[in-house]
Write a protein that binds this ligand. Structure first.
Ligand code: NAD
Length: 382
């Protein structure tokens, strides 16, 4: 690993800095033990940036994000900023990053770890071992389509309207991400729309089918209506590997899938853009949860979602598969060993603070790393 990997770290507000701190320690560990050459720059975003600069994301921070290989984002917002002008709300900093980095593919894994199946509201046998990925289109569709508005018809009737619109390249690029991901997982994609009642759904299905035939015929492809997909997610979620869908349906289905796993504190995400001239995609990694003002500053936050977001960064931005698996396995082992933050506590487990959880995962990474290199050394002589 020769060249440095530039990471912009934006911890944000509330529990954001607390969970990011645990990831910063992991990055140091990777540099010390794996020669990873991560070069980290830290900056303000959200309410913290508003307090310091009067804006939720400065132009300078935006430029750093565009120049970095990956952005690690904590969370933003909180009641302190409820009354700031709408255009400077903490969340706008994140929206600006997504827009200017053109992060069109939002990856939301829903994974159920052994021993945590009882945290789900569904029966254990339905969700134990679950490992699915939702790829949500993030920069087009009905949230951005024109025309949109609220107006009054000539007869005086008021109406509100939005437009669901997708171009062929917008569908192709997000479907391409889903097919590529499936090839590295269980090789199955469900493309989800409402082709039965929406023209944009008919078009979505047509474009995905054509792309599949032209470039990804080795991947198993299924088409499913969004309402059926919602039902299947709670009936038999293990039938899915990768689900690709529009912005609106992805918004709803990914929250539904998230809850299969029990706690917001466990859920990572990645948002990817198009590959640049060097083949590297712009990318931002963040936990699904918000800034949790109710528990901020109390060492109660679960750092796992942030840690797993870092693992996604290792995998998708830097192709460091072994290191990503090391982080994920260390988290799994610590949870199986019975250490839990308050949000995922159950009987027979020990409640620990954010930093003690971080200590335990780091220790486990050390152990796993030592045993795998010992294994390699002894294996080499055979
Ligand atoms: P939230 O995700 O912050 O919290 C919801 C509940 O889950 C709270 O009870 C919280 O304590 C708990 N929780 C969340 N993450 C946790 C963790 N890692 N460990 C343990 N418990 C955890 O959602 P909210 O309360 O609706 O929003 C709070 C603030 O966060 C708002 O200002 C909102 O706008 C913002 N928000 C930001 C983002 C983001 O930065 N991407 C996302 C969602 C919400």
């Amino acid at each position: 690993m020769s060249s440095n990997k530039k990471i912009l770290m934006l911890p944000g507000d509330g529990i954001g800095p607390e969970v990011m701190h645990e990831v910063a320690r992991m990055i140091d560990w990777m540099n010390d033990h794996r020669g990873a050459a991560f070069e980290v720059q830290e900056d303000l975003a959200g309410g913290a940036a508003y307090d310091a600069h009067g804006t939720s994301l400065t132009d300078e921070t935006m430029a750093h994000a565009l120049a970095s290989d990956a952005v690690l984002f904590g969370s933003v917002g909180g009641p302190k900023w409820d009354n700031v002008p709408r255009e400077e709300r903490p969340e706008n900093g994140l929206l600006r990053l997504r827009k200017e980095m053109d992060l069109f593919a939002n990856l939301r894994p829903a994974t159920v770890f052994d021993g945590l199946a009882d945290a789900s509201s569904l029966k254990e046998d339905i969700i134990s071992g679950l490992d699915l990925m939702i790829v949500r289109e993030l920069t087009a569709g009905v949230y951005f389509g024109e025309p949109r508005g609220i107006d009054t018809l000539p007869d005086g009737t008021r109406r509100g309207f939005d437009t669901e619109v997708y171009t062929e390249p917008e569908i192709q690029r997000v479907a391409g991400v889903a097919f590529e991901l499936a090839r590295k997982r269980s090789n199955k994609v469900h493309s989800v729309e409402k082709a039965n009642v929406m023209e944009s759904g008919v078009f979505w299905r047509e474009v995905v089918t054509a792309l599949h035939e032209a470039e990804y015929s080795d991947v198993e492809l299924h088409h499913m209506y969004a309402d059926n997909c919602a039902m299947q997610l709670v009936r038999n979620p293990k039938q899915f590997d990768v689900i690709v869908t529009s912005n609106l349906f992805g918004d709803i289905l990914s929250d539904c899938a998230a809850m299969l796993t029990g706690s917001l504190g466990m859920l990572p995400s990645a948002s990817l853009g198009a590959p640049g001239a060097d083949g590297q995609r712009k990318a931002l990694y963040e936990p699904v949860h918000g800034s949790a003002p109710d528990i901020a500053g109390q060492r109660l936050a679960n750092p796992v979602a942030m840690m797993l977001s870092y693992a996604m960064m290792l995998r998708y931005s830097f192709d460091m598969m072994a290191e990503a698996e090391l982080v994920e396995q260390a988290v799994k082992n610590v949870l199986t060993g019975g250490l839990r933050t308050a949000d995922i506590m159950s009987e027979k487990t020990a409640r620990v603070s954010t930093d003690v959880m971080g200590d335990a995962v780091l220790r486990e990474m050390g152990k796993l790393s030592a045993s795998s290199s010992a294994h390699k050394v002894s294996g080499g002589g055979e």
